[in-house]
Design a binder for this molecule. Structure first.
Ligand code: SAH
Length: 197
């Protein structure tokens, strides 16, 4: 029996998506019960959400489940694949920690909930956008894991687009809501990687 690395990569990717869905399931139900007080879903934000979900989710899924993108396959290296799988595990851990800290204050997009509380504890002590760190680690992990030029790199392009279009708007929204409290938080934390960026 030969070791089919492409199949292994596909299985790991599907397991990752399932685990991610499990981690998000409860926070999604709980946070949805609290009404939104601010919804700033600009055209830019809607566009980013679509591009990101295609890059991280739908395009790799097309590669996993169909043969449309097979022309872009390349030979996999076992070391890169292991690095990719480990990064996906780190990403799941980060998602878990962010949901634990953010609780009901979470939303998929740029919204604020009623009586929104600024969270600066738990993993939010280290950086102010740890969930975006988790998405970056996912995108980088997928680029290592998936031996296909399109499906592997679409996450970096898709999430990168969302990140750079959203993060400034999100910080403006938080400053408008929390004023000095958020500005002080910005002074003592970095965006996604402690001490670096
Ligand atoms: N940017 C954060 C959160 C992503 S979810 C992260 O990467 O971890 C996006 C929503 O979270 C935003 O609409 C905002 O309402 C909320 N949010 C972002 N930072 C927050 C914080 N420090 N405290 C409470 N809510 C926050």
């Amino acid at each position: 029996m030969t070791f089919d690395m492409e199949l292994v990569a596909k299985i790991i990717w599907v397991l990752f998506i399932v685990a991610w869905g499990v981690i998000r399931y409860k926070p999604n139900i709980k946070s949805r019960k609290i009404a939104k007080s601010v919804v700033s879903r600009t055209l830019k934000e809607r566009f980013s959400m679509i591009v990101s979900s295609f890059g991280l989710g739908y395009i790799p899924a097309v590669w996993v489940f169909t043969d449309f993108l097979d022309g872009f396959d390349y030979n996999q290296n076992i070391v890169l694949m292991v690095v990719g799988a480990l990064l996906l595990i780190v990403s799941l851990r980060l998602f878990r920690l962010t949901h634990k800290a953010l609780g009901k204050m979470w939303s998929h997009s740029l919204d604020l909930r009623e009586n929104h509380k600024l969270v600066t504890s738990g993993i939010y002590e280290k950086v102010r956008h740890p969930m975006y760190t988790a998405f970056w680690v996912w995108a980088i992990g997928a680029a290592f894991l998936l031996p296909n030029w399109v499906a592997g790199f679409s996450g970096l392009v898709g999430f990168g687009t969302l990140f750079f279009l959203r993060v400034g708007q999100e910080e403006e929204m938080m400053k408008a809501e929390f004023g000095e409290q958020y500005e002080a938080y910005m002074k003592r934390t970095k965006k996604v990687f402690p001490k670096v960026y």
